[in-house]
Ligand binder design. Structure first.
Ligand code: UD1
Ligand code: PEP
Length: 422
């Protein structure tokens, strides 16, 4: 199993290209189930999660071919479709549940395994079930699988979600586009990945309005056609690499980044003493004069501070001047990086959904273990700020969401390499 070795670093300088968004691509790929014609996704990220979704779609009868070194995904679904998403694939990745809406829309029935326990929280499926039930699906749990059927197909409806779930919004959208009549989703999630999915579906012939707001209106159509769609920039990869010069000093330009994708994050960086400038090509980031200052952070649905950047922000605040409080409001168990950061000398107290970080002068390299995707990259960032060597194990988590992390950081001067465990 691979590990990542990082050595504490001086200033970084150069450019880092930001890939297409994992979380957008994982919602766009299942959209291929909605049409008999090909859907081509450009700017796709090259990640293990994308390979898992490829495997899942293939098991359902769709074809996904990776072209141009994996940056283009040519997908199609013109043959017979199997409506069963098997536990052995679904358990690897929560986003597998995004085949439920499209399968229901195309076939009128689906059997999808529940994703199973996940490290960052319980992550139930009730909001998805309520949303699809509003469109006329009848869903019951049997043997760990959701068995969903419709009587005579899905019917448009108005539905208000109890929480603005990203995945449930995506499933509702992909189901409602082929439902009979019009649908309105209230308290919809507003994440850029939702906007990207709506744009792609519209390019396929869907009638959708209001994406990016809390109310999305969909007029069902009889069929969708093929399209080519570029995957939106990964705002979480962007935010992660923006923290590298914030931690090490220097100046890095994140190519493809836009402030609109990470506005609330930029506000916190500004308060912490990090300057962000939008250029023609992306976002230029550098630390302002002096030490990073403590800031308080509360994670919220978009446009609030993203939970997927909380661990990385904590790594920055470990060496800030003063005490920061991070409140995690999206997932009930997303501070597992804290004990690992403490192995590196960070002073953190976790109580329920709050982590209090007392900034220290410097961190010290240590052997640490990644517990989930964003936790693993937060340990790499902390390693860049630490004295000596840090070895991050279990990097298969990292490979779910970051392509060539060591190459991208090495290109701006970081001392980082991938090593095989003995
Ligand atoms: C592949 C993907 O896009 N993953 C992202 C997506 O996950 P995901 O779509 O799973 O996140 P949701 O917005 O659905 O979940 C947010 C909260 O709602 C809860 N919930 C969700 C659904 C449900 O039926 N019942 C329920 O209680 C979850 O347990 C969690 O506490 O959005 C999250 C929140 O921005 C991100 O952290 C993930 O990186
Ligand atoms: C939590 C994440 O992903 P997933 O929803 O696939 O677990 C993430 O991308 O940080």
């Amino acid at each position: 199993m691979d590990s990542i070795l990082v050595r504490g670093n001086g200033p970084l300088s150069g450019q880092i290209p930001i890939a297409g968004a994992k979380n957008a691509c994982l919602a766009l790929m299942p959209a291929t189930l909605l049409s008999e014609e090909p859907l081509t996704l450009t700017n796709a990220p090259r990640l293990s999660d994308i390979r898992t979704m490829t495997q899942l779609l293939a098991s359902l009868g769709a074809e996904v071919t990776a072209l141009q070194d994996g940056k283009v995904l040519a997908t199609s679904c013109h043959g017979e479709i199997t409506p069963v998403a098997d536990y052995d694939i679904v358990r690897k990745m929560r986003a597998s549940n995004l085949v439920l809406g499209p399968l229901l829309a195309r076939l009128g029935h689906a059997v999808v395994s529940l994703p199973g326990g996940c490290a960052i929280g319980a992550r139930p499926m009730d909001i998805h079930i309520d949303a699809l039930s509003a469109l006329g699906a009848e869903i019951e749990l049997k043997d760990g699988y959701l068995h969903a059927t419709t009587r005579g197909g899905l019917k448009g409806a108005t539905h208000q979600m109890r929480f603005a779930s990203v995945g449930a919004t995506e499933n509702f959208l992909m189901a409602a586009v082929l439902a009979k009549g019009s649908s309105v989703l209230k308290n919809a999630a507003r994440e850029p990945e939702i906007v990207d999915l709506a744009r792609c579906l519209r390019a396929m012939g869907a009638e959708i309005e209001g994406e990016g707001t809390s109310e999305i209106t969909i007029q069902g159509v009889d069929r969708l056609h093929g399209a080519t769609h570029p995957v939106v920039t990964d705002r979480i990869e962007l935010g992660t690499y923006m923290l590298a010069p914030a931690i090490c000093g220097g100046e890095v330009e994140c190519l493809g980044g836009r402030i609109a994708l990470v506005e609330s994050f930029c506000e916190k960086l500004d308060a912490a003493g990090v300057a962000v400038e939008e250029t023609e090509r992306g976002l230029k980031v550098r630390r302002k004069n002096g030490r990073i200052r403590a800031v308080d952070v509360v994670t919220e649905p978009f446009p609030g501070f993203p939970t997927d950047l909380q661990a990385q922000m904590m790594a920055l605040l470990c060496t800030a001047e003063g005490t920061s409080v991070l409140e995690e409001r999206i997932f009930e168990n997303r501070f597992m990086h804290a004990p690992e950061l403490m192995r590196m000398g960070a002073k953190i107290e976790v109580q329920g959904g709050h982590a209090t970080v007392h900034g220290v002068e410097s961190l010290k390299g240590a052997r640490v273990m990644a517990t989930d995707l964003r936790a693993s990259v937060s340990l790499i960032l902390a390693g860049l700020a630490a004295e000596g060597e840090t070895v991050v194990s279990r990097v298969y988590h990292l490979d779910r969401g970051y392509e060539r992390v060591e190459d991208k950081l090495r290109a701006v001067g970081a001392q980082i390499e991938r090593v095989r465990d003995e």
